[in-house]
Design a protein around this ligand. Structure first.
Ligand code: HEC
Length: 171
């Protein structure tokens, strides 16, 4: 190896070594800066967490707390009340086909089917009574008619509509 080759290698290694140091410095600097920044949290993740802990995470203390608790309970009750069965339809046929049919088509549990023969004595009680019995429930000699056919989410009007549809469709 000639002298100037040695000289070149020496300088070249120095340059490479210097560049490696610069690289290392840049890496360490970037790491340092990265740790200076607050970690970024996905806002949708935060929202999900808050929703999850909301039932127990709320603080109810003192008079304002009691008022807030009452408001929350009222809001929950209003929400439950707004969840009317079958989209609040007043179409008796829809309600019948979704619920009443379970007993009144097959006659399960002694339920009167939509045959005229089953309804003569019942009609004699008057429509009002039949409405009332469907809403409040009725235990007769045939069996047990559960209040609102067993779905308390039905409104009284919906039950009345279902009864009227049944009476209009006796065979
Ligand atoms: C779990 C079964 C069942 C379901 C569901 C049901 N019924 Fe009944 N229903 C009965 C039985 C059993 C009777 C007969 C009770 C008796 O006279 O002993 C009856 C009777 C009735 C009567 C006559 C009441 C009377 O005074 O004679 C009406 C009206 C009535 N159901 C309407 C409905 C309507 C409307 C629905 C749907 C919203 C419905 N039922 C859902 C079982 C059911």
């Amino acid at each position: 190896m000639r002298n100037y080759d040695l000289e070149f290698l020496k300088k070249f290694s120095l340059v490479i070594g210097f560049l490696m140091l610069v690289t290392l410095g840049l890496i360490l600097g970037a790491l340092y800066l990265h740790h200076q920044l607050p970690p970024e949290v996905d806002p949708s993740a935060v929202k999900r967490t808050q929703e999850r802990i909301a039932p127990v995470g709320a603080v109810y203390a003192g008079a304002t707390g009691a008022a807030a608790q009452q408001a929350a309970a009222a809001a929950a009750a209003a929400k439950a009340a707004s969840q009317v069965a079958y989209g609040g339809t007043l179409d008796g046929q829809v309600i019948y086909n979704n619920l009443c049919t379970g007993c009144h088509t097959s006659g399960a549990g002694g339920a009167p089917t939509l045959d005229q023969a089953h309804w003569g004595p019942r009609l004699a009680k008057g429509k009002e009574t039949l409405h009332k019995h469907a809403i409040e429930g009725f235990t007769g000699t045939a069996g047990v008619m559960p209040p609102k056919g067993g779905n308390p989410a039905l409104t009284d009007e919906q039950v009345v509509a279902a009864v009227d549809w049944m009476l209009a469709n006796l065979k």
